[in-house]
Design a protein around this ligand. Structure first.
Ligand SMILES: [Zn+2]
Length: 304
């Protein structure tokens, strides 16, 4: 399992003395290349081998998700373990950006959702978090529910189980603005660039913009980040209350971090967004990019 570009020693993940189940999970996770994600088959294998139910397994995995946290300002690490309706599990962790406004901070719950979306996950049933979900995240998560794939989300904190709707009474959401689609449902925004791009990473950014969720402003946008060892895409995720919206760069950085890669390996960053919208990702993307990779010039394209 790699974190921040380096293979990490998982020996201290459970303290003080790991029990038999913890030892088994430790060995299993140590053997994985992509430590931030478990396939449905891997989830089933762990539950059957260890005689655990899903909630128990998710609690055991929480320390692994927390390992990915990058909070250089607060030093407060939060982990999230999300179970998608496909049966796969995705980790999330909080991310802070030194020298940038706190509003750019990504919370662990948001990271787990962006991570799941990047794998094509279309719904969530369980979410385990190492700390209580803040109001901001409750609002962000509310954008997903009340649809056929995710009617509600069970939120688990320290074995305390609540539905999202019970954690956010009198909620304001997409239905109040007449929006019927939901975050995580497949989107097809039909953006095109003229002439069509031939660079594979620009094509990736355009394709990701076409899957982005922007029912309120139509600022369909996507980012592709290229590093020495891979490329990572992120789609814009808008919210009915606007502020908890997640930028495409933040979503791409979540995938980079959850894949074990590092900011220091970034050598290209591409933003594609719809032209003539009510808002733009350009200035915010430049700002955050300069905070983590100040030698990389943002490549910017518009599409119609
Ligand atoms: Zn939060």
């Amino acid at each position: 399992m790699k974190v921040n570009g380096q293979k990490i020693d998982l020996i201290d993940i459970y303290k003080p003395e790991p029990d038999e189940i913890q030892k088994y999970i430790q060995d299993y996770m140590n053997g994985l290349e992509d430590g931030g994600y478990l396939t449905p088959q891997q989830v089933d294998h762990l539950m059957e081998s260890l005689d655990l139910n899903l909630q128990q397994l998710m609690n055991y995995l929480l320390p692994y998700a927390t390992k990915f946290a990058l909070p250089p300002i607060s030093g407060y690490k939060v982990g999230a373990v999300l179970h998608g309706i496909s049966g796969a599990i995705y980790f999330g962790a909080n991310i802070e950006f030194l020298d940038e406004a706190l509003s750019f901070t990504v919370h662990a719950e948001q990271a787990s959702i962006a991570h799941a979306i990047s794998y094509g996950e279309t719904g969530v049933d369980y979410l385990t978090i190492s700390a209580a979900p803040c109001g901001y995240c409750r609002q962000f998560l509310y954008e997903i529910i009340n649809c056929p794939s995710t009617k509600d989300i069970t939120v688990l904190v320290n074995n305390d189980s609540n539905t999202l709707t019970s954690l956010l009474p009198q909620a304001f959401g997409p239905q109040d603005l007449g929006v019927t689609t939901r975050l995580m449902l497949p989107q097809n925004n039909n953006l095109q660039m003229v002439p069509p791009p031939t660079d594979p990473y620009i094509i990736s950014a355009l394709n990701t913009a076409n899957t982005s969720y922007s029912p309120y402003t139509s600022d369909y946008s996507g980012v592709c980040i290229v590093t020495n060892s891979g490329s990572y895409v992120g789609a814009y995720a808008e919210n009915a209350a606007y502020n908890p919206s997640m930028s495409p760069l933040e979503a791409a950085l979540v995938l980079l971090i959850m894949s074990g890669d590092s900011y220091t390996n970034i050598n290209r960053a591409i933003l594609v967004e719809a032209i003539n919208n009510k808002c733009s990702q350009l200035s915010a993307t430049k700002d955050v990019l300069s905070a983590i990779a100040n030698n990389v010039v943002l490549e910017y394209y518009t599409a119609t």
